[in-house]
Every structure is written in structure tokens, then in C-alpha cells.
Ligand binder design. Structure first.
Ligand SMILES: Cc1ncc(COP(=O)(O)O)c(C=O)c1O
Ligand SMILES: N[C@@H](CCOP(=O)(O)O)C(=O)O
Length: 420
């Protein structure tokens, strides 16, 4: 395994972790899988499914050989993350009119989002280097995950969080795990710029997704999907896009599986952004060579409220080379899809629902056919954003909007029966 700059190709030391290369490019982990044996790997991954207590009970560390083979087990900080459900929903399938649909509920992770898949690897790496203080900037999920693993490892965390357009639940979750939260005026993009400028001087271990160990861990999401489907992936995988670490990891994971011979075809990937924060989609549909940042991104899907995604070059390369597509959806479309996902019993936060909204749009536009199969990756938990839920279900005030809520003056069998 080596660490290389994606842009200038220079090889880096392991201690450069969460900072960009001197040239400003993103670092990337390059594995040598030339000795790997696909059948043996399949056998090992299958056997580990029955693990309950060991490190390999984790849905991330089950694939250690493809993620971070060199790391000594004693350094691993795990909460048996991953192992999330892959569900079908007849309600949603019929709403779309598609042949086959699965929903991958990353919301079932220990801190409630897909961030745990990458964070367990980043924190373990940082700990192996002797770090005791970890940091990130975040719209709330990265910080919750970071704070949880840092606490688990007996370490400290300090996080930079925009003072507006983030979910209070996520900030509270982060604080509850013991992180020092520094609020600032600005967006996630300003936080990233701060680390680009001062990351090295700070001397803390940075866990944002420019950290290549995060990307390695996040690859396990598609490894799990592939293993659950007996190494036969669907025609399409839909994923939400903000900073674009998710799609970058998905692409890298798919290429790993393909080069190892664990899958024989790479499915098409659809990257979905929220209309108010869609600089990547805009670049792709207009065929621009450079991304034009959005200075004031704004969407109800606060997890994707990002105007200058750090991983855009990597994301573009994968999507271009493997017939990927992009799409943007409005906040209304996101909420319509979210209500359905919640009602299906699976549930998710707004950002995740963009995948289903995007699938519907791409079907309506003829890009995806009803005879194809798809997986939507649901990245975060329903309870991650109760402000949005409150607004939707309470509308103008408690009890007013949702037809499932009725008020009765006195609790008696007659009054309850009269409302049934
Ligand atoms: C719940 C959720 N969904 C989607 C995203 C977007 O993923 P990415 O920023 O990796 O593109 C994020 C933020 O990263 C998120 O927290
Ligand atoms: N939604 C994210 C924003 C992207 O963060 P990163 O982990 O990709 O750097 C968050 O929860 O902060």
C-alpha cells in the first residue's frame, strides 16, 4: 500500500494523512492486489459474516485486506459499524414502477450515518500514529461520527461547525460524545479552506474526506452491497453528492472489486445533488473543465449544503470513464421522496432521500428504464434532522398538519374509538 497524490503523482509519507499534498491535490491510497485470490477472499469474507465479537464482526474490517491490510489489529477502533440492511420496499417500488429496487440503510450505523464506515479507519490510522486529538469541519454527521470514535478511543475531538443551516440534533450528538464544538459564520467550504491553510500548523489529525483513509473505509459500503447480492450488482447505484467523498469511495470500491474479479461488470452510478448546492452537476451537464463553486449553497438537505466539493476531480474521472450520470433535485422533490422512505419503515434524513427523488427523475427522463434494477444508498438516519420532521408534520403548529395526529380532550375508550 502506498499514498500518492492524485494530482501530481508524488508519493507521500503516511503522516501527511488528512492534509492535501504540497501541490494542493488530494492524496489517495494505492493498493497492490496482484497477489490477491478472489475465491479465497470471497471465502474469508463469507466466513467472517458469522463473527460476533471480534474486529472482523465489523462490516468495514471484514474487508480489511482491501482497505488497510497493514494496520495492526491492536490499533483498530471499531463499533462493529457497517452490517447495515439492504431492504426492498413494495410501496416505493410501485411508486417508481421499477422492476427491482433496494435501499441500503447506512442510517443503521452506530452514529446514524455512512460516515462511520470511513471514520473507523481514519481514527484507527491516527491512533496508530500516536495522535490523541482529532478534528474536522462538518455539517454535523462527520463531526458526530468523529466525536463518537474519538471518545471510544479515549481521545479528544475538536470540531468546526457552521453556525447556520446545520441540524441541531447533529450538533447535540457531537457535543454529547464529548467534542469541543467551535461554531463559525460560514459554510463547510470555509471550514475546509481553513484546514487547507492551517491544517499542518494545527497539528491535529484531520478527519475530513480529503483524508484518504476515510475513502478506504467508505469503500466497504459497496463491498457489503456486492456480498449481500452474491457478488452481482444491480444495473444502477444512486448516491447523494455533497463533498463527493461518497461517490469517490463508491467508484474506487467498484474498481477494486472489478480488478480483483469479484464482480464481472461495473454498474452505472447516478450522483444526485440538491438543486441549491449542485456545482458538480452543473459542471457535468455543461461539459465544463473546471468546477465553478457555489458561494451561498442552500438546501433543506443540510448534509449536502456544500458549494465547493473537495473530491470533484476524482468523482468526475470515475463518472466519465464508467458511464455515470448526475442529476439535481429540488427540496420539494427530496421531501416527497423522504416522506415515502419514512412511511416505508426504513426512514432517512433529507440528503439520503435525494437518491430516490433522483431515481424518479432519471426514470421520467428515460435515462433509467423500469426494467432495470437499482440500489439507492440512504446515507443518514431519520432522527438526524428533527427540525425538518417537525416542520413537515406539525406545519404551522403542533397537531395541525399531519392527518395521523388527532387531539382529544379526555382519554377514554369512547373518545379514542370515535377517532378510529
Ligand atoms: C447524510 C449525508 N448524505 C450525503 C452526504 C453527501 O456525501 P458526500 O459529502 O460524501 O458527497 C453527506 C455529507 O457528506 C451526508 O452527511
Ligand atoms: N455531510 C458532511 C459534509 C462532508 O464532510 P466530509 O466528511 O466529506 O469532509 C458532514 O457531515 O460534515
Amino acid at each position: 500500500m502506498k499514498i500518492k497524490c492524485y494530482d501530481c503523482g508524488k508519493e507521500s509519507l503516511e503522516t501527511t494523512y488528512g492534509n492535501p499534498c504540497e501541490c494542493g491535490g488530494l492524496l489517495e491510497i494505492v493498493h497492490d492486489f496482484s497477489e490477491a485470490d478472489a475465491d479465497k477472499l470471497k471465502y474469508v469474507f463469507q466466513r467472517r459474516l458469522s463473527e460476533r465479537m471480534s474486529t472482523y464482526a465489523s462490516g468495514v474490517w471484514r474487508y480489511k485486506e482491501l482497505i488497510y491490510p497493514e494496520l495492526a489489529e491492536e490499533h483498530i477502533v471499531t463499533k462493529r459499524e457497517g452490517n447495515t440492511g439492504l431492504y426492498g420496499s413494495e410501496l416505493i417500488r410501485q411508486w417508481l414502477g421499477i422492476r427491482t429496487l433496494w435501499l441500503k440503510a447506512q442510517s443503521e450505523n452506530p452514529s446514524g450515518s455512512f460516515k462511520d464506515n470511513g471514520m473507523t479507519v481514519a481514527i484507527s490510522h491516527g491512533r496508530s500514529l500516536g495522535y490523541k486529538r482529532f478534528t474536522c469541519t462538518s455539517t454535523g454527521n462527520t463531526s458526530s461520527s468523529l466525536a463518537m470514535y474519538a471518545a471510544l478511543a479515549g481521545c479528544e475531538s475538536v470540531v468546526l461547525v457552521p453556525s447556520e443551516q446545520v441540524s441541531a440534533n447533529k450538533v447535540l450528538q457531537t457535543m454529547a460524545y464529548g467534542a469541543k464544538v467551535i461554531e463559525f459564520d460560514g459554510t463547510y467550504d470555509d471550514g475546509i479552506r481553513f484546514y487547507e491553510q492551517f491544517g499542518v500548523e494545527l497539528g491535529l489529525y484531520i478527519c475530513n474526506s480529503m483524508n484518504p483513509f476515510r475513502i478506504e473505509g467508505q469503500k466497504s459500503i459497496v463491498f457489503e452491497i456486492a456480498q449481500s447480492l452474491n457478488w452481482e450488482l444491480p444495473d444502477w447505484i444512486l448516491i447523494p453528492g455533497g463533498a463527493l467523498s461518497n461517490v469517490t469511495a463508491l467508484g474506487k470500491g467498484l474498481l477494486d472489486l472489478h480488478s480483483l474479479g469479484l464482480i464481472d461488470r461495473i454498474p452505472r452510478v447516478a450522483l444526485i445533488q440538491a438543486e441549491g448546492a449542485s456545482p458538480f452537476h452543473e459542471m457535468m451537464i455543461h461539459g465544463r473543465r473546471e468546477l465553478i463553486p457555489v458561494n451561498r449553497p442552500s438546501t433543506i438537505a443540510s448534509a449536502m449544503n456544500i458549494g465547493h466539493p473537495p473530491s470533484w476531480r476524482k468523482a468526475r474521472e470515475f463518472l466519465k470513464e464508467h458511464k455515470g450520470v448526475t442529476c439535481s433535485v429540488t427540496d420539494e422533490e427530496i421531501m416527497e421522496a423522504k416522506v415515502l422512505i419514512d412511511r416505508s419503515g426504513i426512514g432517512c434524513e433529507p440528503a439520503s432521500a435525494s437518491t430516490l427523488a433522483g431515481l424518479r427523475k432519471l426514470m421520467a427522463g428515460g435515462t433509467i428504464s423500469k426494467d432495470e434494477s437499482a440500489v439507492c444508498i440512504l446515507t443518514g438516519n431519520l432522527l438526524k434532522d428533527t427540525d425538518v420532521l417537525r416542520k413537515h408534520h406539525f406545519g404551522g403548529g403542533p397537531g395541525q398538519a399531519d392527518p395521523h395526529r388527532v387531539a382529544i380532550a379526555r382519554l377514554s375508550l369512547e373518545t379514542v374509538m370515535s377517532r378510529l
